[in-house]
Design a protein around this ligand. Structure first.
Ligand SMILES: *[C@@H]1O[C@H](CO)[C@@H](O)[C@H](O)[C@H]1NC(C)=O
Ligand SMILES: *[C@@H]1O[C@H](CO)[C@@H](O)[C@H](O)[C@H]1NC(C)=O
Ligand SMILES: *[C@@H]1O[C@H](CO)[C@@H](O)[C@H](O)[C@H]1NC(C)=O
Ligand SMILES: *[C@@H]1O[C@H](CO)[C@@H](O)[C@H](O)[C@H]1NC(C)=O
Ligand SMILES: *[C@@H]1O[C@H](CO)[C@@H](O)[C@H](O)[C@H]1NC(C)=O
Length: 266
């Protein structure tokens, strides 16, 4: 591995730690701005790819798409005094464990991931009356996930994990045709010397009325989403339509594992 590449992955792994699965805030607070947001992203991630990226303590990642989060397109940590309280969602526990697992910390206290998602994104989503409690936020997210039923759809469409490669454009097309909107699809870019990208995350966008909508803004309207990187997982980027895509069925290699990541956690 060339130094430049290694550097890239160190940055990538570092960012997944600081940005997605831990509570440190590397981004400036947005308390001075009104937390007005326009749409919600329901992010599904593919646990096998997530494990491949983190090489942390993944154990037997589920082979179905799980929930990463429900994210307003603007704002984060909107109310720092509204602490996560797992008791409030105790009725949802079996679905939470099954559909919203902490993929990369499978042996740690699972509630940390939910706490992070609530504090960073849920407190911002809570400006909507239908999402204004922890119970509502988590149960509505589970509900939207069931409604979208991405796992069921992909199976039915014959898009299955394994060793075959898919055409990115074809996957996008079937999704768009079925859902009537275009989700945002993210991949790990091809490894050096390879041609295929790896499918990692599929985000569906919803209006404030919780109806599916395109993730992109209509033409002509400028989109300022992601300007503060609030939920970009740095190592994933929007899939390249012209490259084949690999939809992995297992953690095949640990090429990307970094000892330094373990040290970082200690
Ligand atoms: C923040 O959360 C606390 C605790 O739920 C609540 O009492 C307070 O009204 C909230 N503040 C805002 C600005 O929503
Ligand atoms: C957590 O929620 C439960 C159930 O709503 C409540 O009884 C308890 O007081 C809360 N704990 C804290 C620390 O707010
Ligand atoms: C997990 O963390 C929560 C607080 O986030 C705590 O109430 C609970 O006791 C912890 N569970 C375990 C098994 O450590
Ligand atoms: C979503 O975007 C596609 C083009 O990518 C467009 O054809 C379609 O009308 C849009 N749908 C909605 C509901 O805006
Ligand atoms: C997509 O991949 C092709 C072929 O490698 C490359 O030429 C093109 O620049 C890529 N597009 C983007 C947006 O990265």
């Amino acid at each position: 591995m060339k130094p430049a590449k290694l550097h890239y992955w160190i940055l990538g792994c570092f960012s997944i730690v600081s940005c997605c699965w831990c509570t440190s805030d590397q981004f400036p607070q947005s308390d001075s701005h009104p937390h007005t947001w326009k749409k919600l992203y329901l992010a599904h991630h593919w646990p096998v790819t997530v494990c491949k990226m983190s090489a942390n303590d993944c154990q037997d990642p589920p082979e179905y798409w799980t929930i990463h989060g429900l994210w307003p397109d603007k704002g984060e940590e909107c109310n720092r005094t509204w602490h996560f309280n797992v008791t409030e969602i105790k009725d949802l526990m079996s679905d939470m464990r099954r559909y919203w697992p902490d993929v990369i910390h499978s042996s740690l206290n699972r509630t940390q991931f939910w706490k992070h998602e609530w504090e960073k994104h849920g407190t911002c989503a809570a400006t909507l009356p239908i999402l204004d409690s922890q119970k509502k936020y988590f149960s509505k997210t589970l509900e939207l996930y069931q409604l979208v039923n991405l796992n069921g759809f992909l199976l039915k469409a014959g898009i299955k994990p394994g060793s075959t490669y898919y055409q990115m454009a074809a996957i996008k097309e079937v999704l768009t045709e079925f859902y009537g909107i275009t989700p945002k699809i993210q991949c790990l870019p091809p490894e050096e010397g390879e041609e295929a990208q790896t499918l990692g995350q599929i985000e569906f966008c919803f209006t404030k009325e919780l109806e599916l909508r395109n993730c992109t803004e209509p033409k002509g309207e400028s989109s300022r989403m992601h300007t503060n990187l609030q939920h970009v997982t740095e190592e994933l980027s929007v899939c390249n339509d012209t490259l084949p895509v690999y939809y992995p069925s297992q953690v095949k290699d640990r090429k990307w594992s970094l000892k330094s990541l373990k040290n970082f956690f200690n």
